[in-house]
Design a binder for this molecule. Structure first.
Ligand code: BTN
Length: 247
């Protein structure tokens, strides 16, 4: 596995726009983004390992030095209510699919990245209000290798010769900047295309409780999901979904 490399990560990107820092070890790349002020348009932090990697809902994110992607991208957010975490999921899915030409990748609402129905990555978006500005931090973790795995965890090890980590970070960064500057991605269509459970029966969970069971019929432009129950449609903005045969 090649080491993280500034030049490769910034390939074909405007270096004057991006403040990039690479760490061999850090508590959490999201935390580091919060601590840093940046003079350029964007801040990109990546690390070989995180000692306090964080996942959604206060969970830990296992972040050993095994050649995985731990990256956080921060920008001053002027986008109007765009659900950036779902958009990022659609971007990551399309890049992985393009590089590998595999049809095995998927997304699980709101933003789990799957390979063959196992979780290989996740996204943690955090917002910081600084004066009249919103600094948005997009944290992305993608596992190439995991030593210990839950049954529902996967990794990219089968593609280790095809996907190069610096190139993947470069592609994600390029696509995020393109979205932020041009908003020209039909991300809802891309997200529906990538969804592993569209028109399937799902459970909606909040914490350890199942609060509803129905058919997942899609998402809205605020990122919320629609669940069909008999002849009613319910809209959910928060929670997790679980699906039989996935997790
Ligand atoms: C999830 O729970 O699915 C989201 C996981 C997000 C992990 C990434 S790794 C880089 C960034 N830094 C963190 O501490 N978390 C995010």
């Amino acid at each position: 596995m090649k080491e993280l490399n500034k030049k490769a990560i910034l390939k074909d990107l405007k270096e004057n726009d991006i403040d990039i820092r690479i760490f061999s070890s850090i508590d959490s790349t999201n935390n580091e983004c919060k601590r840093q002020c940046f003079d350029k348009k964007y801040l990109l932090i990546t690390a070989e390992e995180q000692t306090k990697g964080r996942g959604r809902s206060g969970k830990n994110w296992i972040s050993q030095k095994l050649g995985n992607v731990y990256m956080s991208f921060a920008f001053n957010n002027n986008l109007k209510n765009s659900p950036i975490s779902l958009i990022t999921g659609a971007i990551v899915h399309s890049i992985l699919t393009k590089i590998t030409k595999s049809k095995g990748f998927g997304l699980k609402w709101p933003n789990d990245i799957l390979l063959k129905n196992k979780k290989i990555g996740g996204i943690l978006v955090e917002n910081e209000i600084q004066g009249n500005k919103i600094k948005t931090i997009i944290g992305i973790g993608i596992n190439f290798n995991l030593e210990e795995k839950e049954s529902w965890w996967g990794d990219l090890s089968e593609f280790s010769k095809i996907i190069e980590r610096n190139n993947l970070i470069n592609g994600i960064t390029k696509n995020l900047i393109d979205y932020i500057e041009n908003e020209n991605l039909h991300w809802i269509d891309s997200w529906h295309y990538a969804c592993s459970h569209l028109n399937k029966k799902v459970k909606v969970n909040s914490g350890s409780k199942t609060i509803c069971e129905g058919i997942f019929i899609g998402i809205n432009d605020d990122g919320s999901m629609n669940i069909k129950l008999d002849d009613k449609i319910k809209n959910f903005k928060f929670g997790e979904v679980s699906i039989k045969g996935i997790y």
